[in-house]
Design a protein around this ligand. Structure first.
Ligand code: MN
Length: 499
């Protein structure tokens, strides 16, 4: 994904001149060795060493430059020696991008036989990092703290995970979401304050009349459609029955036309996320379900029925999980299954991303029974098994709240021969009774963004970057503690942060 090649993480080492130039020279050399080591071994973003900072002027200049830089997606700080933290105040105040504080040390172990006072003065991360952390806390700035030896895999993987959040956060700051049609009439949970979303989360929610998309279909050539149909036949199972049914194949051709028009429109609008509404399709042949599925698999955000918040979230998950194998998708809770502890069949009318498929998707055409349009083409498959996270963002009137729930994706207990839509089947953690109740107590949507590739820590990082409430539902959740958190958060967010 382009944002990964266009972004870098800056690394800043805190020091001071108290111990003389030779100490700073050694700090510099150690930092260079460390960053070269970190950069070997597949971090998603390159780390650029920006030198030591030894005075308030140097800190301030560097953080201002970082804030204004298109390249810089975040900063990692490390205090090799002691770095008096008043030096960092103005710089940190000028800096609103993601911050990671690495609490490490150049040498893994204490050299018991040779350690002397010079060694102690040079290797002061143990207390230098605490001095720095104090001022970050005093300024009430969120950041990720990673503790460990810099060569260890646990440290590398935490930095790697955080970098993916930085890429996602950066992408959201310039993301444009195009809505084709409004939110579905009368639906509450998918709606919200678009102005506040842009202020707090960065993305812009735009609108495009469906008629403009319908007209765009006139620009699609027969050759383009033929090429796209070939691609469908290569990528998906296409039965002879469908291929030889003139009416059904016409529906696939119309789906291809819609997909090509949609791609052109998104490009023209410079949009990487969109919403549709089955009730607002004037001038289109069918609900563009196949197009939505395929675009999602390429990393475009999608929300059905005008759900722009979930469109932003599916885009975020795609960017954060770029290149990872599990996949992510828009999803909807559909049908409950009260057997064996309980589970939920997940699906949508059509729009589930083949990125999470556990099999080669089948291309099919069936009537939709809603929206009054022609039968739409769609990809039918079952999601693969594995642990994942379903998340949503809701607007509570005075703030946004993210809810993230761990789920265990299972295989359905039997084939679903009469249900021609893509689906997943999952058990919420800790079980359906607690997981579903907590989600509903938190006011969560029926729509969600689902990912196999991300961790709760990453969603915590994201929520902290956005200064957004996060409620987690996992294997440790109990309803009484969850309710207590809800009540406490009403105080914290109601009177503390957002008014
Ligand atoms: Mn829906």
């Amino acid at each position: 994904m382009e944002i990964y090649s266009k972004s870098k993480i800056w690394f800043v080492t805190g020091a001071q001149l108290l111990y003389g130039g030779e100490t700073v020279r050694q700090v510099n050399e150690h930092s260079e060795t460390m960053i070269a080591g970190l950069n070997q071994g597949g971090l998603p973003l390159e780390i650029v060493y920006r030198g030591t900072v030894n005075s308030a002027e140097e800190v301030t200049r560097l953080f201002r430059e970082a804030e204004n830089s298109d390249e810089c997606a975040g900063i990692i700080t490390w205090m090799h020696t002691f770095s008096p933290a008043k030096m960092w105040i103005r710089g940190l105040q000028a800096f609103r991008k993601p911050l990671l504080h690495l609490h490490t040390q150049f040498q893994r172990e204490i050299p018991w036989d040779s350690i002397d006072m010079d060694y102690m003065n040079l290797n002061q991360s143990a207390h230098g990092d605490r001095e720095f952390a104090h001022i970050v806390s005093r300024l009430r700035k969120n950041r990720r703290i990673v503790v460990g030896f810099w060569e260890d895999e646990t440290v590398r993987s935490q930095i790697s995970d955080w970098m993916r959040v930085c890429a996602g956060w950066k992408d959201q700051q310039t993301l444009r979401i195009v809505r084709f049609g409004d939110n579905m009439n009368n639906v509450a949970v998918t709606d919200g304050d678009k102005v506040e979303a842009e202020i707090r989360l960065g993305y812009h929610v735009d609108y495009c009349p469906i008629g403009d998309l319908a007209e765009m279909q006139d620009s699609v050539s027969d050759a383009q459609i033929a090429a796209l149909l070939d691609e469908y036949e290569t990528l998906y199972e296409v039965s002879g029955e469908l291929r030889n049914d003139e009416n059904a194949w016409r529906q696939v051709r119309e789906a291809a036309r819609e997909e090509l028009a949609l791609r052109m429109m998104l490009k023209e609008k410079n949009a990487n996320a969109f919403t549709t509404n089955f009730d607002a399709l004037h001038g289109l042949d069918q609900l563009p379900g196949l197009a939505s599925q395929r675009l999602m698999a390429e990393g475009i955000g999608f929300g059905a029925e005008g759900d722009w918040k979930t469109a932003a979230l599916t885009r975020l998950f795609s960017v954060m999980g770029a290149g990872l194998k599990g996949g992510s998708s828009f999803m909807e809770d559909y049908v409950l299954h009260f057997r064996g502890g309980g589970a939920i069949l997940q699906a949508h009318m059509l729009e589930v991303s083949p990125a999470i498929s556990g099999e080669k998707p089948r291309l099919e055409v069936h009537p939709l029974g809603i929206g009054g349009k022609n039968p739409p083409a769609r990809l039918v498959f079952t999601a693969h098994s594995g642990k994942g996270i379903a998340a949503t963002v809701v607007d509570l009137g005075n703030r946004f709240r993210m809810i993230a729930a761990k789920v265990d994706c299972l295989q359905p207990e039997a084939d679903l021969p009469k249900l021609p839509v893509a689906r997943a089947f999952w058990k919420p953690e800790p079980d359906l009774a607690v997981g579903a109740a907590a989600w509903m107590l938190a006011g969560g949507t029926h729509h969600s963004a689902f990912t196999f590739d991300l961790t709760l820590d990453q969603l915590e990082d994201y929520a902290e970057m956005a200064e957004m409430e996060l409620l987690v539902i996992d294997e440790t959740t109990t309803l009484s503690r969850f309710k207590e958190t809800l009540r406490l958060n009403e105080i914290f967010y109601g009177f503390g942060r957002n008014f």
